[in-house]
Write a protein that binds this ligand. Structure first.
Ligand SMILES: Cc1cc2nc3c(=O)[nH]c(=O)nc-3n(C[C@H](O)[C@H](O)[C@H](O)COP(=O)(O)OP(=O)(O)OC[C@H]3O[C@@H](n4cnc5c(N)ncnc54)[C@H](O)[C@@H]3O)c2cc1C
Length: 268
């Protein structure tokens, strides 16, 4: 039986976008980019795709099927098809106007319904977090919803026989964790450089069409996906800095006056 791996991948604003090019739409509570700056696949999701493809390399292409799922309001096909050109087998897009402004819980509900519709799976691989909202929550909700073990922040992912073996990144080193399949793992950049699409991979991806579903195809309604954690306000914080020069007869005098000022301001 082939090993069925599902990878979740999010299309995000390119983190290399210069801040000057970003536009804050405080009404819609979102950042916007000029049309000439295309989005990208979330960096940690490219690591997740790479982790899945390394399992495919290790077990043989015929023994592993990699399906990538992405949910969003709109997609740039050349961007979102990149996992196919890297070597993934299938691409499933959940595309719906209502898929903007979901919180992490609702996003996980959509991915959960899509995974159930895809059918049999042995391993779900996610990025450790999205580079736009950095919540690092969706995979945890997803594992809970699927009722499977969740191992986070992997730098190495292997599936010998029918178990998951993960080398996890810790603040002061690494640890090895095992889990029974089916399971979910989140991948970090310590896994290493994702492979570049080959010319052959790009040509194959051009011919492949993604499967596209709307919320209705998953039996979900926008009303059921209202954020439980609504964003009240989205703004760019402004920092007010003042600079004051302390004058004095000499260094000692300046130091004494600085100490007095810091005491007055209750800093010391
Ligand atoms: C206009 C607007 C309004 C918003 N309002 C709210 C709000 O009210 N409350 C709120 O909490 N958030 C809100 N958000 C944030 C947004 O919806 C977040 O994307 C969502 O909360 C998930 O968090 P995250 O993106 O940080 O994902 P993380 O939890 O960091 O995701 C980790 C991993 O999960 C997977 N994943 C995440 N999203 C997807 C996806 N769409 N497709 C496939 N895989 C995915 C990826 O593998 C990713 O690496 C809003 C966003 C917009 C644009």
């Amino acid at each position: 039986m082939p090993l069925n791996i599902i990878v979740t991948a999010k299309q995000v604003i390119d983190p290399e976008t210069p801040a000057s090019a970003l536009r804050l739409n405080s009404q819609l509570k979102r950042m916007e980019t000029p049309p000439n700056i295309p989005p990208v696949i979330n960096g940690f999701d490219e690591n997740a795709i790479e982790a899945a493809l390394r399992i495919k390399d290790a077990k043989g292409a015929a023994n592993v099927k990699v399906t990538v799922i992405s949910a969003g309001k709109s997609f740039v096909l050349d961007v979102i098809k990149k996992p196919l050109s890297m070597g993934a087998d299938e691409l499933v897009l959940v595309q719906d106007d209502a898929l903007e402004g979901l919180d992490a819980f609702a996003t996980a509900q959509v991915l959960l319904a899509a995974i159930k519709k895809v059918g049999k799976f042995d391993l779900v691989v996610c990025g450790r977090q999205a580079s736009d909202y950095d919540q690092a929550q969706v995979p945890l909700f997803l594992a809970e919803g699927l009722g499977i073990p969740c191992v986070t922040i992997a730098k190495k992912v292997e599936v010998p026989e029918s178990k998951l073996v993960v080398e996890r990144v810790l603040p002061n080193g690494t640890e090895e964790v095992e889990a029974t399949l089916p399971a979910l793992v989140t991948v970090s950049n310590e896994l290493g450089q994702p492979r570049y699409p080959t010319l052959r991979g790009i040509m194959m991806a051009t011919r492949k069409q993604p499967t596209t579903w709307k919320l209705g195809d998953l039996g979900l309604s926008p009303a059921a996906l209202q954020p439980k954690v609504p964003i009240e306000q989205l703004f760019v914080p402004t920092s007010q800095r003042q600079c004051e020069f302390i004058n004095g007869e000499n260094e000692e005098d300046k130091g004494r006056k600085l100490a007095l000022k810091l005491r007055e301001a209750k800093i010391i």
